[in-house]
Design a protein around this ligand. Structure first.
Ligand code: ADP
Ligand code: MG
Ligand code: ZN
Length: 499
Protein backbone atom coordinates (compact mmCIF):
# COMPACT_ATOMS: atom_id res chain seq x y z
CA UNK A 1 0.00 0.00 0.00
CA UNK A 2 1.19 3.52 -0.64
CA UNK A 3 1.86 5.58 2.44
CA UNK A 4 -1.32 7.25 3.57
CA UNK A 5 -1.13 11.02 3.69
CA UNK A 6 -0.93 12.53 7.13
CA UNK A 7 -4.55 13.54 6.82
CA UNK A 8 -5.82 9.98 6.46
CA UNK A 9 -5.17 8.36 9.79
CA UNK A 10 -3.87 10.69 12.42
CA UNK A 11 -6.45 13.40 12.07
CA UNK A 12 -8.27 14.18 15.30
CA UNK A 13 -11.23 15.36 13.22
CA UNK A 14 -11.68 11.88 11.78
CA UNK A 15 -12.38 10.49 15.21
CA UNK A 16 -15.51 12.59 15.20
CA UNK A 17 -16.42 12.61 11.51
CA UNK A 18 -17.04 9.81 9.07
CA UNK A 19 -16.51 10.29 5.36
CA UNK A 20 -19.11 9.24 2.78
CA UNK A 21 -17.77 8.78 -0.72
CA UNK A 22 -19.30 7.87 -4.08
CA UNK A 23 -17.20 7.44 -7.20
CA UNK A 24 -18.01 8.25 -10.81
CA UNK A 25 -15.66 6.79 -13.39
CA UNK A 26 -15.58 7.46 -17.12
CA UNK A 27 -13.81 4.89 -19.28
CA UNK A 28 -13.01 5.27 -22.94
CA UNK A 29 -14.24 2.09 -24.60
CA UNK A 30 -12.13 0.13 -27.05
CA UNK A 31 -13.83 0.45 -30.40
CA UNK A 32 -12.63 0.96 -33.96
CA UNK A 33 -15.00 3.83 -34.67
CA UNK A 34 -16.64 6.52 -32.57
CA UNK A 35 -19.92 6.22 -30.67
CA UNK A 36 -22.34 7.56 -33.27
CA UNK A 37 -20.31 7.94 -36.49
CA UNK A 38 -17.68 6.12 -38.54
CA UNK A 39 -14.70 8.29 -37.51
CA UNK A 40 -11.64 6.37 -36.35
CA UNK A 41 -10.88 6.27 -32.63
CA UNK A 42 -7.12 6.26 -33.31
CA UNK A 43 -6.76 9.85 -32.21
CA UNK A 44 -3.61 9.60 -30.05
CA UNK A 45 -1.00 11.89 -31.55
CA UNK A 46 -3.22 12.73 -34.54
CA UNK A 47 -3.31 16.28 -35.91
CA UNK A 48 -6.08 18.33 -34.25
CA UNK A 49 -9.47 18.07 -35.94
CA UNK A 50 -8.29 15.34 -38.32
CA UNK A 51 -10.74 12.71 -37.07
CA UNK A 52 -14.08 14.46 -37.42
CA UNK A 53 -17.17 14.34 -39.58
CA UNK A 54 -20.49 16.20 -39.68
CA UNK A 55 -21.92 13.83 -37.03
CA UNK A 56 -19.25 14.26 -34.36
CA UNK A 57 -18.94 17.96 -35.22
CA UNK A 58 -22.64 18.29 -34.45
CA UNK A 59 -23.62 19.86 -37.76
CA UNK A 60 -27.37 20.28 -38.30
CA UNK A 61 -29.32 17.64 -40.19
CA UNK A 62 -27.11 14.63 -39.46
CA UNK A 63 -28.24 11.44 -37.77
CA UNK A 64 -26.34 9.29 -35.26
CA UNK A 65 -25.94 5.51 -35.58
CA UNK A 66 -25.20 3.36 -32.55
CA UNK A 67 -21.83 1.63 -32.19
CA UNK A 68 -22.65 -2.00 -31.42
CA UNK A 69 -19.25 -2.82 -29.87
CA UNK A 70 -19.52 0.06 -27.42
CA UNK A 71 -22.90 -1.23 -26.28
CA UNK A 72 -21.44 -4.71 -25.90
CA UNK A 73 -18.64 -3.42 -23.66
CA UNK A 74 -21.13 -1.85 -21.28
CA UNK A 75 -23.22 -5.01 -21.25
CA UNK A 76 -20.07 -7.08 -20.59
CA UNK A 77 -19.17 -4.73 -17.74
CA UNK A 78 -22.69 -5.16 -16.41
CA UNK A 79 -22.29 -8.92 -16.30
CA UNK A 80 -18.82 -8.64 -14.77
CA UNK A 81 -20.17 -6.57 -11.87
CA UNK A 82 -23.27 -8.73 -11.43
CA UNK A 83 -25.54 -5.89 -12.51
CA UNK A 84 -29.04 -6.09 -13.92
CA UNK A 85 -28.86 -5.67 -17.67
CA UNK A 86 -31.87 -3.91 -19.10
CA UNK A 87 -33.92 -5.72 -21.78
CA UNK A 88 -34.60 -2.34 -23.33
CA UNK A 89 -32.82 0.95 -22.86
CA UNK A 90 -33.15 4.41 -24.18
CA UNK A 91 -30.96 7.34 -25.12
CA UNK A 92 -31.37 10.76 -23.60
CA UNK A 93 -30.13 14.22 -24.43
CA UNK A 94 -28.20 15.98 -21.74
CA UNK A 95 -28.33 19.63 -22.68
CA UNK A 96 -25.72 22.17 -21.73
CA UNK A 97 -23.66 24.79 -23.46
CA UNK A 98 -19.90 24.57 -23.58
CA UNK A 99 -17.47 25.26 -26.44
CA UNK A 100 -16.22 21.66 -26.47
CA UNK A 101 -19.76 20.38 -27.11
CA UNK A 102 -20.68 21.40 -30.65
CA UNK A 103 -24.24 20.01 -30.60
CA UNK A 104 -25.13 21.78 -27.39
CA UNK A 105 -26.12 18.42 -25.94
CA UNK A 106 -24.54 15.09 -25.21
CA UNK A 107 -26.26 11.83 -26.10
CA UNK A 108 -26.29 9.83 -22.89
CA UNK A 109 -28.49 7.48 -20.92
CA UNK A 110 -30.42 8.90 -18.05
CA UNK A 111 -33.43 6.95 -16.85
CA UNK A 112 -32.61 3.59 -18.41
CA UNK A 113 -28.91 2.79 -18.18
CA UNK A 114 -27.66 -0.37 -19.88
CA UNK A 115 -26.64 -1.84 -16.52
CA UNK A 116 -27.81 -1.14 -12.96
CA UNK A 117 -27.43 -2.43 -9.40
CA UNK A 118 -24.11 -4.22 -9.61
CA UNK A 119 -21.30 -4.65 -7.11
CA UNK A 120 -17.56 -4.92 -6.96
CA UNK A 121 -15.62 -6.63 -4.16
CA UNK A 122 -11.91 -6.13 -3.56
CA UNK A 123 -9.30 -6.40 -0.83
CA UNK A 124 -8.16 -3.50 1.32
CA UNK A 125 -5.67 -3.28 4.17
CA UNK A 126 -8.68 -3.76 6.47
CA UNK A 127 -10.05 -6.81 4.64
CA UNK A 128 -12.46 -7.38 1.76
CA UNK A 129 -14.86 -4.58 0.89
CA UNK A 130 -17.87 -4.44 -1.40
CA UNK A 131 -19.11 -1.33 -3.17
CA UNK A 132 -22.54 -1.29 -4.78
CA UNK A 133 -22.51 0.06 -8.31
CA UNK A 134 -25.62 2.10 -9.04
CA UNK A 135 -25.35 2.15 -12.81
CA UNK A 136 -23.18 1.86 -15.88
CA UNK A 137 -24.26 3.71 -18.98
CA UNK A 138 -23.00 4.75 -22.37
CA UNK A 139 -22.42 8.26 -23.62
CA UNK A 140 -20.22 10.26 -25.98
CA UNK A 141 -17.13 12.28 -25.12
CA UNK A 142 -16.71 15.99 -25.76
CA UNK A 143 -13.99 17.78 -27.71
CA UNK A 144 -10.89 19.09 -25.99
CA UNK A 145 -10.19 22.73 -25.20
CA UNK A 146 -6.57 23.86 -25.20
CA UNK A 147 -5.84 27.16 -23.50
CA UNK A 148 -2.65 28.57 -24.94
CA UNK A 149 -0.75 31.68 -25.95
CA UNK A 150 -0.36 32.62 -29.59
CA UNK A 151 1.66 35.69 -30.62
CA UNK A 152 1.39 37.12 -27.12
CA UNK A 153 -2.40 36.69 -27.01
CA UNK A 154 -4.21 34.25 -24.78
CA UNK A 155 -6.28 31.97 -26.96
CA UNK A 156 -8.49 28.95 -26.52
CA UNK A 157 -8.18 26.29 -29.20
CA UNK A 158 -10.51 23.40 -29.78
CA UNK A 159 -9.72 19.88 -30.98
CA UNK A 160 -12.81 17.87 -31.92
CA UNK A 161 -10.97 14.57 -32.42
CA UNK A 162 -12.23 13.37 -29.04
CA UNK A 163 -15.78 14.53 -29.76
CA UNK A 164 -18.03 11.47 -30.01
CA UNK A 165 -15.53 8.96 -28.59
CA UNK A 166 -17.45 6.22 -26.73
CA UNK A 167 -17.48 6.62 -22.96
CA UNK A 168 -18.89 4.41 -20.26
CA UNK A 169 -19.85 6.09 -17.00
CA UNK A 170 -19.93 3.90 -13.90
CA UNK A 171 -21.44 5.35 -10.74
CA UNK A 172 -21.28 3.82 -7.27
CA UNK A 173 -23.66 4.14 -4.36
CA UNK A 174 -22.20 6.29 -1.56
CA UNK A 175 -20.82 3.19 0.16
CA UNK A 176 -17.15 4.13 0.43
CA UNK A 177 -15.86 5.39 3.75
CA UNK A 178 -12.11 5.87 3.33
CA UNK A 179 -9.68 7.23 0.77
CA UNK A 180 -7.99 3.84 0.58
CA UNK A 181 -11.26 2.05 -0.23
CA UNK A 182 -11.85 4.59 -2.99
CA UNK A 183 -8.43 3.99 -4.52
CA UNK A 184 -8.82 0.24 -4.26
CA UNK A 185 -12.25 0.41 -5.93
CA UNK A 186 -10.80 2.38 -8.82
CA UNK A 187 -7.85 -0.02 -9.12
CA UNK A 188 -10.13 -3.04 -9.18
CA UNK A 189 -12.38 -1.47 -11.78
CA UNK A 190 -9.35 -0.62 -13.91
CA UNK A 191 -8.18 -4.22 -13.68
CA UNK A 192 -11.66 -5.42 -14.61
CA UNK A 193 -11.78 -3.12 -17.67
CA UNK A 194 -8.43 -4.41 -18.86
CA UNK A 195 -9.31 -8.02 -18.15
CA UNK A 196 -12.55 -7.99 -20.11
CA UNK A 197 -10.93 -5.78 -22.77
CA UNK A 198 -13.47 -2.94 -22.58
CA UNK A 199 -10.88 -0.21 -22.05
CA UNK A 200 -7.13 0.26 -21.66
CA UNK A 201 -8.09 2.48 -18.73
CA UNK A 202 -4.85 4.49 -18.60
CA UNK A 203 -5.43 7.37 -16.20
CA UNK A 204 -2.49 9.39 -17.47
CA UNK A 205 -3.99 9.87 -20.92
CA UNK A 206 -7.60 10.24 -19.87
CA UNK A 207 -8.85 6.81 -20.90
CA UNK A 208 -10.02 6.45 -17.31
CA UNK A 209 -11.22 9.53 -15.37
CA UNK A 210 -12.08 9.20 -11.71
CA UNK A 211 -14.31 11.68 -9.91
CA UNK A 212 -15.02 11.43 -6.22
CA UNK A 213 -18.04 12.78 -4.37
CA UNK A 214 -17.00 13.41 -0.80
CA UNK A 215 -19.00 14.45 2.25
CA UNK A 216 -18.56 14.08 5.98
CA UNK A 217 -21.00 13.54 8.82
CA UNK A 218 -20.57 13.35 12.58
CA UNK A 219 -19.99 9.74 13.58
CA UNK A 220 -23.29 8.17 14.54
CA UNK A 221 -25.36 10.46 12.31
CA UNK A 222 -27.35 8.68 9.61
CA UNK A 223 -28.10 11.42 7.12
CA UNK A 224 -25.42 12.43 4.67
CA UNK A 225 -23.66 15.77 4.63
CA UNK A 226 -23.38 18.06 1.61
CA UNK A 227 -21.10 16.56 -1.01
CA UNK A 228 -18.24 18.07 -2.91
CA UNK A 229 -17.10 16.67 -6.25
CA UNK A 230 -13.36 16.27 -6.76
CA UNK A 231 -11.82 15.75 -10.20
CA UNK A 232 -8.55 15.97 -12.16
CA UNK A 233 -6.80 13.13 -10.36
CA UNK A 234 -4.31 11.66 -12.79
CA UNK A 235 -3.16 8.59 -10.89
CA UNK A 236 -4.44 6.14 -8.30
CA UNK A 237 -2.16 7.74 -5.77
CA UNK A 238 -3.73 11.11 -6.55
CA UNK A 239 -7.22 9.61 -6.03
CA UNK A 240 -6.31 8.51 -2.52
CA UNK A 241 -4.49 11.72 -1.63
CA UNK A 242 -7.16 14.03 -3.03
CA UNK A 243 -9.93 12.30 -1.10
CA UNK A 244 -7.90 12.20 2.12
CA UNK A 245 -7.17 15.89 1.70
CA UNK A 246 -10.80 16.72 1.01
CA UNK A 247 -12.08 14.82 4.04
CA UNK A 248 -9.67 16.67 6.27
CA UNK A 249 -10.46 20.04 4.67
CA UNK A 250 -14.18 19.56 5.22
CA UNK A 251 -13.68 18.44 8.81
CA UNK A 252 -11.60 21.50 9.61
CA UNK A 253 -14.16 23.74 7.90
CA UNK A 254 -17.10 22.25 9.79
CA UNK A 255 -15.18 22.51 13.06
CA UNK A 256 -14.67 26.19 12.31
CA UNK A 257 -18.44 26.62 11.97
CA UNK A 258 -18.42 26.87 8.17
CA UNK A 259 -21.07 25.39 5.88
CA UNK A 260 -20.04 23.01 3.08
CA UNK A 261 -21.48 24.05 -0.29
CA UNK A 262 -22.05 21.85 -3.34
CA UNK A 263 -19.11 22.59 -5.58
CA UNK A 264 -16.68 20.99 -7.98
CA UNK A 265 -13.07 21.05 -6.84
CA UNK A 266 -9.93 20.12 -8.71
CA UNK A 267 -6.89 18.27 -7.42
CA UNK A 268 -3.69 20.27 -7.65
CA UNK A 269 -0.91 17.71 -7.87
CA UNK A 270 1.88 20.24 -7.29
CA UNK A 271 0.26 21.71 -4.18
CA UNK A 272 -1.24 18.37 -3.06
CA UNK A 273 -4.52 20.12 -2.32
CA UNK A 274 -7.95 20.65 -3.83
CA UNK A 275 -9.16 24.02 -5.11
CA UNK A 276 -12.56 25.47 -6.03
CA UNK A 277 -13.40 25.12 -9.74
CA UNK A 278 -17.08 25.94 -9.98
CA UNK A 279 -20.35 25.63 -8.11
CA UNK A 280 -22.08 22.31 -8.87
CA UNK A 281 -24.84 22.41 -11.46
CA UNK A 282 -28.24 21.26 -10.30
CA UNK A 283 -29.44 18.09 -11.98
CA UNK A 284 -32.37 19.70 -13.79
CA UNK A 285 -30.09 22.23 -15.42
CA UNK A 286 -29.45 19.55 -18.02
CA UNK A 287 -33.07 19.38 -19.21
CA UNK A 288 -32.79 15.69 -20.06
CA UNK A 289 -35.28 14.38 -22.60
CA UNK A 290 -35.42 11.24 -24.78
CA UNK A 291 -33.13 11.43 -27.82
CA UNK A 292 -35.50 11.73 -30.77
CA UNK A 293 -32.92 10.65 -33.37
CA UNK A 294 -32.33 7.19 -31.90
CA UNK A 295 -34.79 4.37 -31.29
CA UNK A 296 -34.87 2.55 -27.96
CA UNK A 297 -32.29 -0.21 -27.84
CA UNK A 298 -33.50 -3.78 -27.40
CA UNK A 299 -31.10 -6.31 -25.91
CA UNK A 300 -32.18 -9.77 -27.06
CA UNK A 301 -31.58 -12.72 -24.71
CA UNK A 302 -29.38 -14.40 -27.37
CA UNK A 303 -27.19 -11.34 -27.74
CA UNK A 304 -26.79 -11.06 -23.98
CA UNK A 305 -26.06 -14.76 -23.59
CA UNK A 306 -23.28 -14.51 -26.18
CA UNK A 307 -21.68 -11.54 -24.41
CA UNK A 308 -21.83 -13.33 -21.09
CA UNK A 309 -20.34 -16.50 -22.55
CA UNK A 310 -17.39 -14.60 -24.02
CA UNK A 311 -16.39 -13.02 -20.70
CA UNK A 312 -12.91 -14.16 -19.64
CA UNK A 313 -12.10 -15.39 -16.14
CA UNK A 314 -12.62 -12.38 -13.86
CA UNK A 315 -9.89 -11.18 -11.48
CA UNK A 316 -11.83 -12.14 -8.35
CA UNK A 317 -12.33 -15.69 -9.63
CA UNK A 318 -8.75 -16.02 -10.77
CA UNK A 319 -7.35 -14.92 -7.40
CA UNK A 320 -9.32 -17.62 -5.63
CA UNK A 321 -8.26 -20.25 -8.18
CA UNK A 322 -4.59 -19.36 -7.79
CA UNK A 323 -4.86 -19.62 -4.03
CA UNK A 324 -6.94 -22.77 -3.91
CA UNK A 325 -5.63 -24.78 -6.86
CA UNK A 326 -1.95 -23.90 -6.52
CA UNK A 327 -1.58 -22.90 -2.88
CA UNK A 328 -0.29 -19.44 -3.74
CA UNK A 329 -0.32 -16.79 -1.04
CA UNK A 330 -2.97 -14.10 -1.36
CA UNK A 331 -0.17 -11.67 -2.11
CA UNK A 332 1.38 -13.72 -4.93
CA UNK A 333 -2.02 -14.47 -6.43
CA UNK A 334 -2.80 -10.77 -6.44
CA UNK A 335 0.52 -9.78 -8.02
CA UNK A 336 -0.06 -12.28 -10.84
CA UNK A 337 -3.69 -11.33 -11.41
CA UNK A 338 -2.74 -7.65 -11.63
CA UNK A 339 -0.23 -8.27 -14.43
CA UNK A 340 -1.72 -9.85 -17.53
CA UNK A 341 1.67 -10.78 -19.04
CA UNK A 342 2.86 -12.36 -15.79
CA UNK A 343 -0.36 -14.32 -15.38
CA UNK A 344 -0.13 -15.55 -18.98
CA UNK A 345 3.45 -16.69 -18.41
CA UNK A 346 2.47 -18.46 -15.19
CA UNK A 347 -0.42 -20.26 -16.85
CA UNK A 348 1.64 -21.03 -19.95
CA UNK A 349 4.46 -22.56 -17.93
CA UNK A 350 2.02 -24.65 -15.91
CA UNK A 351 0.49 -25.94 -19.11
CA UNK A 352 3.83 -26.57 -20.81
CA UNK A 353 5.69 -28.21 -17.95
CA UNK A 354 3.84 -31.16 -16.50
CA UNK A 355 4.68 -31.45 -12.81
CA UNK A 356 6.32 -28.04 -12.46
CA UNK A 357 5.86 -26.92 -8.83
CA UNK A 358 3.36 -24.07 -9.02
CA UNK A 359 4.48 -22.13 -5.97
CA UNK A 360 8.12 -22.12 -7.02
CA UNK A 361 7.05 -21.15 -10.53
CA UNK A 362 4.97 -18.29 -9.13
CA UNK A 363 8.04 -17.06 -7.23
CA UNK A 364 10.02 -16.98 -10.45
CA UNK A 365 7.32 -15.12 -12.32
CA UNK A 366 6.64 -12.54 -9.60
CA UNK A 367 10.35 -12.26 -8.80
CA UNK A 368 12.88 -12.57 -11.62
CA UNK A 369 10.47 -12.26 -14.52
CA UNK A 370 8.66 -9.16 -13.26
CA UNK A 371 11.93 -7.55 -12.17
CA UNK A 372 13.45 -7.95 -15.63
CA UNK A 373 10.21 -7.13 -17.45
CA UNK A 374 10.06 -3.83 -15.56
CA UNK A 375 13.57 -3.01 -16.75
CA UNK A 376 15.39 -3.97 -13.55
CA UNK A 377 19.10 -4.60 -13.32
CA UNK A 378 20.34 -7.02 -15.97
CA UNK A 379 17.31 -6.55 -18.19
CA UNK A 380 19.31 -4.82 -20.89
CA UNK A 381 17.95 -1.40 -20.04
CA UNK A 382 14.29 -2.28 -20.17
CA UNK A 383 14.30 -3.91 -23.60
CA UNK A 384 11.29 -6.14 -23.08
CA UNK A 385 12.60 -9.67 -23.42
CA UNK A 386 10.33 -12.52 -24.26
CA UNK A 387 10.22 -15.47 -21.95
CA UNK A 388 9.16 -18.78 -23.38
CA UNK A 389 6.75 -20.46 -20.97
CA UNK A 390 8.07 -23.95 -21.69
CA UNK A 391 11.68 -22.82 -21.12
CA UNK A 392 10.72 -21.24 -17.81
CA UNK A 393 8.98 -24.46 -16.78
CA UNK A 394 12.11 -26.43 -17.68
CA UNK A 395 14.29 -24.08 -15.64
CA UNK A 396 12.05 -24.22 -12.59
CA UNK A 397 12.09 -28.00 -12.76
CA UNK A 398 15.90 -27.98 -12.81
CA UNK A 399 15.91 -25.79 -9.70
CA UNK A 400 13.30 -27.89 -7.94
CA UNK A 401 15.23 -31.08 -8.66
CA UNK A 402 18.49 -29.63 -7.37
CA UNK A 403 20.12 -29.95 -10.78
CA UNK A 404 21.12 -26.30 -10.85
CA UNK A 405 21.75 -23.75 -8.09
CA UNK A 406 19.39 -20.87 -7.51
CA UNK A 407 22.12 -18.34 -8.30
CA UNK A 408 23.05 -19.99 -11.56
CA UNK A 409 19.39 -20.40 -12.45
CA UNK A 410 18.98 -16.63 -12.23
CA UNK A 411 21.84 -16.22 -14.67
CA UNK A 412 20.29 -18.72 -17.03
CA UNK A 413 16.98 -16.92 -16.81
CA UNK A 414 18.63 -13.57 -17.46
CA UNK A 415 20.35 -14.94 -20.53
CA UNK A 416 17.15 -16.51 -21.81
CA UNK A 417 15.34 -13.23 -21.20
CA UNK A 418 17.98 -11.29 -23.13
CA UNK A 419 18.70 -13.66 -26.02
CA UNK A 420 15.85 -16.12 -26.14
CA UNK A 421 18.31 -19.02 -26.06
CA UNK A 422 17.01 -22.31 -24.68
CA UNK A 423 17.53 -23.14 -21.01
CA UNK A 424 19.15 -26.53 -21.66
CA UNK A 425 21.70 -25.08 -24.06
CA UNK A 426 22.58 -22.19 -21.71
CA UNK A 427 23.04 -24.58 -18.78
CA UNK A 428 25.26 -26.78 -20.92
CA UNK A 429 27.30 -23.96 -22.43
CA UNK A 430 27.91 -22.35 -19.05
CA UNK A 431 28.60 -25.64 -17.29
CA UNK A 432 25.89 -24.86 -14.74
CA UNK A 433 24.68 -28.36 -14.11
CA UNK A 434 24.90 -28.69 -10.37
CA UNK A 435 27.18 -31.25 -8.75
CA UNK A 436 24.96 -33.21 -6.41
CA UNK A 437 27.11 -36.30 -6.55
CA UNK A 438 28.44 -37.04 -3.04
CA UNK A 439 31.72 -38.46 -4.31
CA UNK A 440 32.57 -35.48 -6.50
CA UNK A 441 31.59 -33.06 -3.74
CA UNK A 442 33.66 -34.99 -1.20
CA UNK A 443 36.77 -34.58 -3.31
CA UNK A 444 36.26 -30.83 -3.61
CA UNK A 445 35.61 -30.55 0.12
CA UNK A 446 38.78 -32.48 0.97
CA UNK A 447 40.83 -30.11 -1.14
CA UNK A 448 39.31 -27.03 0.45
CA UNK A 449 39.80 -28.35 3.99
CA UNK A 450 43.44 -29.14 3.24
CA UNK A 451 44.03 -25.70 1.75
CA UNK A 452 42.39 -23.76 4.61
CA UNK A 453 43.72 -25.02 7.95
CA UNK A 454 43.15 -21.66 9.63
CA UNK A 455 39.42 -21.71 8.92
CA UNK A 456 39.21 -25.31 10.06
CA UNK A 457 40.93 -24.38 13.32
CA UNK A 458 38.59 -21.41 13.76
CA UNK A 459 35.57 -23.64 13.39
CA UNK A 460 36.86 -26.13 15.90
CA UNK A 461 37.65 -23.30 18.28
CA UNK A 462 33.93 -22.53 18.27
CA UNK A 463 33.62 -20.00 15.43
CA UNK A 464 30.66 -21.61 13.69
CA UNK A 465 30.67 -18.86 11.07
CA UNK A 466 33.86 -20.25 9.59
CA UNK A 467 31.73 -22.87 7.87
CA UNK A 468 30.27 -20.20 5.63
CA UNK A 469 33.70 -19.26 4.40
CA UNK A 470 34.50 -22.90 3.68
CA UNK A 471 31.23 -23.39 1.77
CA UNK A 472 32.18 -20.36 -0.30
CA UNK A 473 35.56 -21.89 -1.07
CA UNK A 474 33.96 -25.13 -2.25
CA UNK A 475 31.54 -23.17 -4.45
CA UNK A 476 34.46 -21.28 -5.90
CA UNK A 477 36.44 -24.46 -6.52
CA UNK A 478 33.47 -25.95 -8.38
CA UNK A 479 32.72 -22.73 -10.28
CA UNK A 480 29.41 -22.43 -8.48
CA UNK A 481 28.25 -25.84 -9.61
CA UNK A 482 28.22 -27.55 -6.23
CA UNK A 483 24.87 -28.12 -4.55
CA UNK A 484 25.32 -25.59 -1.74
CA UNK A 485 22.95 -27.35 0.63
CA UNK A 486 24.79 -30.62 0.26
CA UNK A 487 28.17 -28.92 0.66
CA UNK A 488 27.04 -27.30 3.90
CA UNK A 489 25.83 -30.59 5.36
CA UNK A 490 28.89 -32.57 4.23
CA UNK A 491 31.30 -29.92 5.52
CA UNK A 492 29.74 -29.86 8.97
CA UNK A 493 29.80 -33.62 9.11
CA UNK A 494 33.54 -33.73 8.35
CA UNK A 495 34.43 -30.88 10.66
CA UNK A 496 32.43 -32.26 13.57
CA UNK A 497 33.64 -35.82 13.12
CA UNK A 498 37.24 -36.03 11.99
CA UNK A 499 38.97 -34.27 14.86
P1 ADP B 1 -24.92 13.72 -10.04
O1 ADP B 1 -26.21 13.76 -10.73
O2 ADP B 1 -24.45 15.05 -9.61
O3 ADP B 1 -23.88 12.95 -10.75
P2 ADP B 1 -25.63 11.54 -8.32
O4 ADP B 1 -26.83 11.54 -7.44
O5 ADP B 1 -25.69 10.75 -9.58
O6 ADP B 1 -25.21 13.01 -8.64
O7 ADP B 1 -24.43 11.02 -7.46
C1 ADP B 1 -23.16 11.09 -7.91
C2 ADP B 1 -22.29 10.34 -6.96
O8 ADP B 1 -22.26 10.95 -5.69
C3 ADP B 1 -22.70 8.90 -6.72
O9 ADP B 1 -21.56 8.10 -6.75
C4 ADP B 1 -23.28 8.93 -5.32
O10 ADP B 1 -23.06 7.72 -4.67
C5 ADP B 1 -22.49 10.02 -4.68
N1 ADP B 1 -23.16 10.70 -3.57
C6 ADP B 1 -24.46 11.06 -3.49
N2 ADP B 1 -24.68 11.71 -2.33
C7 ADP B 1 -23.50 11.76 -1.67
C8 ADP B 1 -23.09 12.32 -0.43
N3 ADP B 1 -23.91 12.97 0.38
N4 ADP B 1 -21.80 12.18 -0.08
C9 ADP B 1 -20.93 11.55 -0.90
N5 ADP B 1 -21.26 11.02 -2.06
C10 ADP B 1 -22.54 11.13 -2.46
MG1 MG C 1 -23.30 11.89 -12.40
ZN1 ZN D 1 -17.33 11.56 -36.81
Amino acid sequence: MTAAPAAAGKSAALERYEAVIGIEIHCQLKTVSKMFCGCSTEIDGAAPNSHCCPVCLGLPGVLPTINRTAVEWVLATGFAIEATVAPTTRWDRKNYFYPDLPKGYQISQYQLPLAANGRLTFDTSEGPFTVRVRRAHLEEDTGRLIHDELGGRRVSLIDFNRSGMPLMEIVTEPDIRTAEQARRYAEELRLLMRTIGASDAEMENGQMRVEANVSIRPRGQESFGTRVEVKNMNSMRAVERAIAYEIERQAVAVDAGETIHMETRGWDEARQSTYHMRPKEEENDYRYFPEPDLPPLLTSPEWLAGIKARLPELPSVRRVRYREAFGLSAYDADVLVNDAAAAALFEGALAAGAGVPAKLLANWVTGEYMRLAKGGEGSGGGAAGRVDAAELAALVKLVAGGAISGTNAKEVFGEHFASGAGVASIVKARGFRQISDAGALGAAIDQVLAANPAAVADYRAGKAAAVGFLVGQVMKATRGQANAGMVQTALRERLDKAE
